[in-house]
Design a protein around this ligand. Sequence first.
Ligand SMILES: [Zn+2]
Length: 285
Amino acid sequence: MIIRGKVVGSEIPRFKHRWFGILEVEAKGERYKLYMSGVAQWLITGDEVEIHIKNKPKKGNVLDFDDYELYKFYEGEKIKVWPLWEKKYEVKRFSPLTGELLYIYRIKAREATYESDFEAIAELEQYHYASQKERVALWRCENGHTFEANTKQTCPVCGNEKVHILEIKGSTPASRFLILELENREEYEPRILAYVRVDPPIPLMHRRLPNGEIEKNIREKVFPEEWFKPSFWPERIMKELYEELKKKYPRKVARSMLWEKAKWQALRESNTAGARIARVVVHPD
Ligand SMILES: [Zn+2]
């Protein structure tokens, strides 16, 4: 069944984690709750969408991860939003002696979706040279304590074992993660072989001229403007918002409201055709 509708509701419940968000869509007088990953944060109230329902909605008009496809209409184009992108590959290994086919690795390249994907990314991140001293991820226990750690562990504050990954440090709310997943793995082989982090915007870019001079900020000369503007830039928005909030609220409250507001506004405004590959980490084995 195909239905057309509009994104409704407020932004806050839309994004719970990178690995979970709920998108509310109103269609034909009914309100559907679409469970998806954190990409739900990219959709804006009022967006026109099309839902292809594959499995009957559950109680409360809930459509779970595998129950639907979602398309968004953007400048006259229909763009697939859910399920997230994936592509399968086969890598064949031949015997160096006989040329005989020894085995085939079946690899799925896809956007990180599930909580376990982000846990695997945190694990891979430990192999990154820059992170030997730093803790790589933020975690939160179900009692609400936030702490830094490299791997999933019990909460150091209250000992709670129910702990969820909150954020990969160094990423921005606009970051997207692609992973390579090994589908036919042996016990001793890793499930996630590698990941790539993609961030907007394209960096400013400098270049050295033949005479040794450095020419700065040539991005504008290389790429058309819509490739990097408007980019994700919460710092600028924060400055503007802070001045406004200060007039209405005590300084401390204004500051705490700031990041959340700036983040959402930055995500709204960010709309770039280009992005940069900010990180590639491959499993050392
Ligand atoms: Zn705790």
